[in-house]
Design a protein around this ligand. Structure first.
Ligand code: F6P
Length: 323
């Protein structure tokens, strides 16, 4: 009889570059510490459908550099119900899974919390390009997404300069402006509009463009977070009000793909290994997190009650540097 404990691992919600590196870390550290590891496909959907298979050290070979997630991902509406969570626990037991490692964002962690609160042990690893999980200062995928956006901004600036235009760029972040504020600073934007902060189009967009023009600027960049939206309409409004030719670009899902940066690979490896070490040491129901650059962990119920906001200083810095 096999007395080894078994870990299930899944990726859930929006994919993020570095998820594969996290899966690799969970599988390899799991095997190192003597666990069986089962990979579950398509998030909680796969758990409910029994779509899973045992993984070995070779299952995660040639993987650390790949974007997306080999386990694939999904958003499961059935798992949002009490009956769905019960079914998930039953399926986990059928496959001999003793604890589940969930790699994903806030929504995925709520599913893990429901499992934990029904007595099924979980461990969460934060991975979303939005960097919007409160217990951690960093989520896997954020750095790669920022660099993807920055690459696009540099290209957009070339053409905006050549034509003396204004570019309005919509970046991802349905509820959070972390991508937007960071690329606004790194891309030298004249204005940035975030879901976390009310805005007045004339004060926050038109005025900085006019002021810039009076100081001799010839091209402009306005960054809009997806949660605010309306990049095309905002571009039309800018052109009407200022006479500066304006073009809108909505970057979309290009921001979610691509080979993870070194920072994302290393962070995913550290977080994945930490999650398994916690299980090995007998812990459960924790959210692996980063605080001041160190990997730590919080109780899942406490973690999901935490709040996170954009640093006001970042918004101020962008204003000052846009002069
Ligand atoms: O991964 C997070 C995120 O990129 C959000 O910024 C965005 O709103 C959402 O996912 C879109 O996801 P999908 O198109 O897969 O529903």
């Amino acid at each position: 009889m096999n007395n080894k404990r078994t870990i299930g691992v899944l990726t859930s919600g929006g994919d993020a570059p570095g998820m594969n590196a996290a899966v690799r870390a969970v599988v390899r550290s799991g095997i190192y510490y003597g666990f069986n590891v089962i990979g579950i496909r398509k998030g909680y959907e796969g758990l409910l459908n029994g779509d899973m298979e045992e993984m070995n050290v070779r299952s995660v070979g040639d993987l650390i550099h790949r974007g997306g997630t080999i386990l694939q991902t999904a958003r499961s509406s059935e798992f949002n119900t009490d009956a769905g969570v019960e079914k998930g626990i039953t399926m986990a037991k059928v496959f001999g899974i003793d604890a589940l490692v969930v790699i994903g964002g806030d929504g995925s962690f709520r599913g893990a919390k429901d499992l934990s609160n029904k007595g099924f042990p979980t461990m969460c690893i934060p991975a979303t390009i939005d960097n919007d999980i409160a217990s951690t200062e960093y989520t896997i995928g954020f750095d790669t997404a920022l660099n993807t956006v920055q690459d696009a901004i540099d290209k957009i600036r070339d053409t905006a300069y050549s034509h003396e235009r204004c570019s309005v760029l919509e970046v991802m972040g349905r509820k959070a402006g972390y991508i937007a504020i960071n690329v606004a600073i790194s891309g030298g934007a004249e204005a940035v509009i975030l879901p976390e902060k009310k805005f007045d189009i004339d004060v926050d967009i038109i005025k900085p463009i006019m002021d810039g023009r009076n100081r001799g600027k010839k091209h402009y960049l306005v960054v809009i977070a997806e949660g605010v939206g309306g990049a095309v309409e905002i571009a039309e409004y800018i052109e009407k009000k200022t006479d500066v030719k304006t073009r809108a670009t909505i970057l979309g899902h290009i921001q979610r793909g691509g080979s993870p940066t070194v920072y994302d690979r290393v962070t995913a490896s550290r977080m994945g290994a930490h999650a398994v070490k916690l299980l090995k040491d007998g812990h459960k129901d924790r959210v692996v997190s980063m605080q001041q650059g160190l990997i730590t962990d919080f109780d899942i119920n406490e973690a999901l009650l935490m709040k996170k906001t954009i640093d006001k200083e970042m918004i101020e810095i962008n204003k000052i540097l846009a002069l």
